[in-house]
Design a protein around this ligand. Structure first.
Ligand SMILES: NC(=O)c1ccc[n+]([C@@H]2O[C@H](COP(=O)([O-])OP(=O)(O)OC[C@H]3O[C@@H](n4cnc5c(N)ncnc54)[C@H](OP(=O)(O)O)[C@@H]3O)[C@@H](O)[C@H]2O)c1
Length: 280
């Protein structure tokens, strides 16, 4: 771990964590935290309905299996709620009596608002609401955080520590969480469609399927990495490839004619609208 990272991660040192739900996202976070040596395995408790999943995590990472959700909450300073949104209501009712103001609650349940969480756990409970995305499963996630009214600045820094283990983090106001859901939450699915279409084009033009997919995947990854490292506007890098009268400008013109930009903007708007509807 580099020195900069060590500084960023200092807030979480010495804390005891509980993960309620150890599915895709809960497991990814546990792996990220253990892999980055942020918290010792003995200081992590986990619960899930699936006993096999718990046993796997305990055997491979040495973390503790809690006997139930209340017991996990009692053991921990920081509780990560990582069950499906529709499972959250009953979970909150189950743990409410074990939650007090000494504990920080981090919810990753999509669409579940701070006011809903606060209404179950109390107005003085310190809560952070989080929207991660699927690439967190390979440590390349994008997570947005927003802060409940009782949460302290150190709570936010701690939550940043946790999600930096599985990628990048941004802080937003809660009223922008639906837009986050429409963009980075749903975004990996849009990019999969783009990748699939580009690979299909390669196959249409005679490339073997596996070669076409490899060319496409690395092109998308490389373009994103270049943009991130250069920190410039994407149009600057696009113009570097599009030489006058060349191949790329011909392709870009076809993309404009096909309405790719408008389709992507409409996709993010549609997903944001749907997120708002589901949150009501
Ligand atoms: N996966 C993503 O890409 C992604 C992205 C953004 C946000 N999120 C959010 O992250 C949360 C978790 O998603 P996920 O994909 O990790 O879901 P998941 O794989 O279904 O994991 C949830 C786990 O919690 C278990 N569970 C259910 N009720 C429980 C209870 N009362 N106590 C303890 N464990 C319980 C579930 O068991 P059963 O399967 O037996 O019910 C399951 O193993 C969701 O709220 C979702 O909105 C996920």
């Amino acid at each position: 771990m580099c020195q900069e990272q060590t500084k960023q991660f200092k807030q979480i040192k010495g804390k005891r964590l509980a993960f309620l739900g150890a599915g895709n996202m809960g497991s990814a976070l546990i792996q990220g935290i253990i892999g980055n040596k942020l918290v010792a395995a003995v200081d992590i408790w986990v619960t899930d309905v699936e006993q096999q999943r718990l046993q796997y995590l305990s055997d491979n990472y040495g973390i503790n299996i809690a006997s139930n959700n209340q017991a996990a909450v009692s053991q921990a300073d920081v509780i990560v709620l990582a069950v499906k949104p529709q499972q959250l209501g009953s979970l909150l009712d189950e743990i409410a009596s074990a939650v007090d103001d000494s504990k920080l609650i981090i919810s990753i349940a999509a669409g579940i608002t701070l006011s809903y969480l606060q209404s179950h756990l109390g107005d003085t409970t310190r809560i952070i609401r989080v929207m991660p995305n699927m690439p967190a499963l390979v440590g390349a996630g994008m997570t947005a955080l927003c802060v409940g009214s009782a949460a302290q600045p150190d709570d936010l820094r701690l939550a940043e520590d946790v999600f930096r283990c599985v990628g990048e983090v941004s802080i937003v106001k809660e009223n922008l969480m639906d837009a986050v859901t429409g963009l980075s939450g749903s975004g990996p699915a849009y990019i999969m469609v783009v990748i699939e279409a580009l690979a299909d084009a390669g196959v249409k033009l005679g490339l073997p399927r596996d070669t076409a997919l490899k060319l496409t995947t690395q092109t998308v990854l490389g373009a994103a990495q270049l943009l991130k490292e250069k920190g410039v506007h994407p149009a600057q890098l696009r113009d570097m490839v599009a030489s006058p009268g060349g191949t790329t400008i011909a392709g870009l013109f076809a993309l404009d004619q096909g309405g790719l930009r408008a389709a992507l903007i409409e996709a993010v708007e549609a997903a944001t609208r749907r997120s708002k509807e589901l949150g009501q």
